[in-house]
Write a protein that binds this ligand. Structure first.
Ligand code: SF4
Length: 250
């Protein structure tokens, strides 16, 4: 007789003895107490197969670790058709702790070529405006609604604005400016979710959240075509200066 058969015979005999003694069932064995040497291993209810482990979401709505990671994502972005016609992605640049952030519409030809925001003729005028406010360009942050140039400088399309939205949202979340100055109607439409005219929106602040307020003024490119608008822009900038405690450059 094998040892296994012998063990079974002994167990059966023991059960018959307990049965004759009136024992109808046996208690469940208790789990062995946990020890330091054998810590419990957490097990998910429905663990995915190893080859289906969820990856980091590729959606632009996913949070990035920091602004640099966001920039890297944007530089490789193909989320809208502008990726096919751009030369360079223009992510935005400036002081990441800026109290004042300018938001324009989209890169132009020179920005597309150099990968930097507001470096063409309109950019030079913006530099003068910033200087007149008693600031340096390095102390503000400058970005656009779209990070890639629409062909022929046409207006941004709604699906392009939607696709690019998470990048600008994240820039604002990280920088947390006190004031966002929208340059032109498309930036105002995007930030204020309105199709009201720029004339109706400028000259006052609009609440964004508990820290940030939004001002609206004309785009520098518009001022180049309509120099009379510069006076309105200066009025809008003075509102911002008063809010930030800035003194105009002598
Ligand atoms: S415009 Fe924005 S969403 Fe479209 S390809 Fe460029 S970075 Fe991506």
């Amino acid at each position: 007789m094998s040892p296994e058969t012998d063990n079974r015979r002994l167990v059966a005999e023991q059960l018959r003895i307990w049965s004759r003694c009136g024992l109808t069932h046996l208690p469940r064995p208790r789990p062995a107490p946990r020890t330091e040497e054998s810590p419990p291993v957490p097990v998910a209810d429905n663990p995915p197969p190893a080859d289906e482990t969820p990856a980091v979401p590729a959606s632009p709505s996913a949070p990035w670790a920091d602004l640099n990671a966001c920039r890297e994502d944007a530089l490789a972005c193909t989320r809208c058709a502008l990726a096919e016609t751009r030369q360079k992605v223009v992510f935005g640049d400036g002081d990441e702790a800026a109290e004042l952030m300018f938001v324009g519409e989209a890169p132009g030809a020179e920005e597309d070529r150099r990968g930097q925001p507001f470096v063409g003729r309109a950019g030079k005028l913006l530099d003068k405006m910033i200087d007149a406010m008693g600031l340096a360009r390095e102390r503000v942050y400058i970005a656009n609604v779209l990070k890639c140039r629409p062909p022929g400088n046409r207006d941004p399309l709604p699906d392009e604005v939607t696709a690019c939205r998470p990048f600008l949202d994240y820039q604002i979340d990280v920088i947390r400016p006190k004031i966002i100055c929208c340059l032109g109607r498309h930036a105002a439409m995007r930030m204020l979710d309105t199709d009201s005219s720029l004339k109706n929106l400028r000259g006052r602040f609009h609440d964004h959240n508990e820290r940030t307020r939004i001002a609206v003024t004309y785009h520098p490119a518009y001022c180049l075509r309509n120099p009379a608008a510069k006076r309105d822009v200066w009025e809008d900038l003075q509102l911002i200066m008063a809010e930030l405690g800035l003194q105009p450059r002598d």
